[in-house]
Write a protein that binds this ligand. Structure first.
Ligand code: PDD
Length: 289
């Protein structure tokens, strides 16, 4: 990736409620329900060489999140696509990631949904820098904690305090990610999905309300199928995670990375394994396709 070619601190232009403006000028009223209640949903979409990657899937998930929380979708698919294309075109970076957020809007503070309020729509794009090769080749350290979040983790909600606290616990332990377990079974990372490799196959937690179904669920399934690797979604007990040959993490911005230590103990060989490497390489190929 051609990091050097991009001005690192290029000014960011954002979209807020119908207009493009410099990031510094974007303002939201304090009674916005996103600020008061965390009452909103969001998306994060990677953009490679100007093209949003897996855009249809990200858009569908945004529509689903809006639908689940009863916020009217402010745009049709063509509207969202046009907005993201224009936002990306306004920035010089080869690879970017677009953040989109829709909140229920501005209203007098009352828990119930207000009537007749327009949602607040915000979008920004940032430079997407690849994970430094040395870090990628070393893999990440992770800790584990009980999953103490709510039971609608499938909604990509801006109410992320549980995730924020889990990530902070990882950072304070000198690790990069926190794997969460609910009733002894793996759910996900604080901002990533987690995969376990056993006997040459990839296993992920089932699609249900306990995890955010990352857009990489479908992608990793495809990559495994093309590589002839077994791929399975099912409940994964903690003992299986601890006995994993490899543990992987996936997200829009981190793609696929190896977790090489968990709670201070090496995972498998303690180095990124062959299944990670295969998926990492095929992921890079999928980005070019
Ligand atoms: N987060 N689970 C959680 C809780 C997440 O926050 C994310 C991504 C994922 C992976 O989803 P995807 O593959 O679609 O990125 C799973 C984004 C990147 C974020 O909040 O910044």
């Amino acid at each position: 990736m051609n990091q050097q070619a991009s001005p690192p601190n290029a000014a960011q232009t954002v979209w807020l409620n119908g207009a493009f403006m410099p990031l510094e000028e974007a303002r939201v009223p304090v009674l916005d329900r996103g600020f008061i209640f965390g009452d909103g949903v969001y998306e994060v979409v990677p953009v490679y060489g100007g093209r949003p990657f897996r855009w249809a899937q990200h858009l569908a998930r945004l529509e689903r999140s809006l639908d689940r929380v009863g916020i009217a979708n402010p745009f049709d698919p063509a509207g969202w696509t046009g907005l993201v294309e224009e936002l990306v075109a306004r920035h010089p970076w080869r690879d970017q990631f677009v953040y989109m957020q829709v909140t229920r809007g501005v209203a007098r503070r009352d828990h119930a949904y207000p009537a007749g309020v327009a949602p607040t729509v915000f979008a920004m794009s940032s430079e997407l820098l690849p994970v430094p090769p040395a870090q990628r080749e070393q893999g990440l350290a992770a800790i584990s904690l009980p999953d103490e979040r709510w039971l609608h983790c499938d909604i990509k909600s801006t109410s992320l305090l549980g995730n924020v606290m889990a990530r902070q616990a990882a950072i304070e332990a000198g690790a990069a990610e926190c794997l969460m377990f609910r009733d002894g079974f793996l759910t996900e990372g604080s901002a990533s999905n987690i995969w376990v490799v056993r006997n040459g196959g990839v296993i992920g937690p089932p699609r249900n309300r306990l995890v955010l179904e990352g857009i990489r669920y479908g992608l990793l399934e495809e990559l495994c199928r093309h590589a002839g690797l077994p791929f399975e979604l099912r409940r994964i007990a903690r003992a299986e995670v601890l006995a994993a040959d490899e543990i992987l993490l996936s997200s829009a911005t981190k793609e696929v990375l190896a977790i090489t230590s968990l709670d201070g103990r090496p995972v498998g060989s303690g180095k990124p394994g062959p299944i990670w490497r295969k998926l990492y390489e095929s992921y890079q190929a999928a980005k070019q396709a």
